[in-house]
Design a protein around this ligand. Structure first.
Ligand SMILES: Nc1ncnc2c1ncn2[C@@H]1O[C@H](COP(=O)(O)OP(=O)(O)OP(=O)(O)O)[C@@H](O)[C@H]1O
Ligand SMILES: [Mg+2]
Length: 342
């Protein structure tokens, strides 16, 4: 508590200077809570990495999870532990992190992205075979121990929803030849790639789903409240905002559906509002106003939970669902009417 007050002294009603305001907002952006699901996924990554060092056969891992649950955050945290090092004759790259480019129709697009991440100045040139060979050489030369491919769903064509067969075949062969683990990470729908590529499917038996928080059982509620409490403890204010309080947690759950991205967005905007007023914690008013600043196009019927004094999570979720259903029915009927007129 003392440390918190030293780092973020009381504002006592006076808005901070712009420099201090920016410092505090930057601090919010960097908050990372190592919650149980996060730690479990981290442990699995570590295991695949370590086991493969000792084995002739590389382990493999697939991590799936909906947008915003923290997949990239997790991978970045793992990467931080293994920074690149300039050696006398080569750069040591313990882990290579690559985002699969969108529309990687040909293997060359993916190979080129990997070469680019490796610092190859001619990343775009050469035949597919030549690029593949260069990657293999880099793996040995740079002592790469593991490759992580994020945004794996990009191996599905967005327009046609077809799995990009050439690129996924190439990936399977590459993973076999380089004999180091290739961790795949993406949205849950990326699992469809395995259905279309039996060999990749067999190789990636080890799959984990990185889930958002839930708020059903008592245990789930406690886990979510603990997450919020850790967030709260790290906020750039000298006082606690009581985010782990059951009512506040239920409201934040309603807003975010347990997805860390939305929680972070809400807290960042609320922090801006509170700081501008010189407040020393997040008030319900700041959360309410922050809600208005965040547009959630996918939930047109959501209400602002921070405007309600007697908030009942189940009730508001039911109301929202009924409104969505009614809207859907109405638009279907309107479409039918339109067709009849034609
Ligand atoms: N454990 C966490 N603690 C604090 N903030 C988190 C945590 N996990 C995720 N976030 C925040 O949520 C946001 C989204 O996280 P991230 O980009 O890792 O999600 P993602 O699963 O990779 O999403 P996408 O599938 O869209 O790429 C980030 O701004 C990050 O700061
Ligand atoms: Mg991501």
């Amino acid at each position: 508590m003392i440390e918190r007050m030293e780092r973020f002294p009381t504002l006592n009603g006076t808005p901070p200077t712009f420099h201090e305001y920016a410092r505090r907002i930057e601090h919010v952006k960097k908050i990372i809570v190592k919650h149980p699901k996060f730690n479990e996924a981290m442990r699995q990554l570590e295991e695949v990495h370590e086991l493969s060092k000792e084995s002739v056969l590389a382990e493999s891992l697939y991590i799936g999870g909906r947008t915003g649950v923290g997949k990239t955050t997790l991978l970045e945290q793992y990467l931080e532990r293994y920074p690149r090092k300039m050696m006398k004759t080569y750069t040591h790259v313990p882990i290579l992190y690559v985002k699969v480019p969108p529309r990687a129709k040909s293997p060359k697009a993916l190979a080129s992205k990997i070469l680019r991440q490796l610092g190859d100045l001619l990343f775009d040139s050469g035949s597919e075979e030549n690029m593949t060979e260069r990657i293999q050489t880099y793996v040995q030369k740079c002592h790469i121990e593991m490759i992580i491919l994020d945004e794996f769903q990009h191996l599905i064509d967005r327009d046609t929803q077809h799995v990009l067969a050439l690129a996924s075949d190439w990936l399977k062969t590459l993973a076999e030849e380089i004999r180091i683990p290739v961790v795949l990470c993406g949205l849950p729908e990326s699992q469809r790639i395995f259905e279309h590529n039996e060999q990749l499917d067999g190789r990636y038996a080890n799959r984990i789903l990185f889930e958002q928080f839930h708020f059903g059982s008592r245990e789930e509620q406690l886990e979510f409240r603990k997450f919020l409490k850790y967030m709260d403890d790290q906020l750039p204010f000298c006082e606690s905002s009581n985010l782990g309080d059951p009512q506040t947690a239920a409201k934040i759950y309603y807003f975010s559906h347990g997805v860390p991205r939305y929680i972070k967005d809400l807290l960042r905007e609320a922090t801006k509002i509170a700081l501008r007023k010189g407040e020393d914690c997040l008030t319900e008013r700041a959360l309410r106003d922050a809600y208005h600043r965040i547009t959630r196009s996918v939930r047109p019927f959501a209400i602002n939970p921070f405007e309600q004094s007697n908030f009942d999570l189940r009730e508001v979720m039911e109301v929202e669902q009924k409104m969505e259903e009614a809207f859907l029915k109405k638009s279907q009927e309107a479409r039918k009417q339109g067709r009849k007129k034609k």
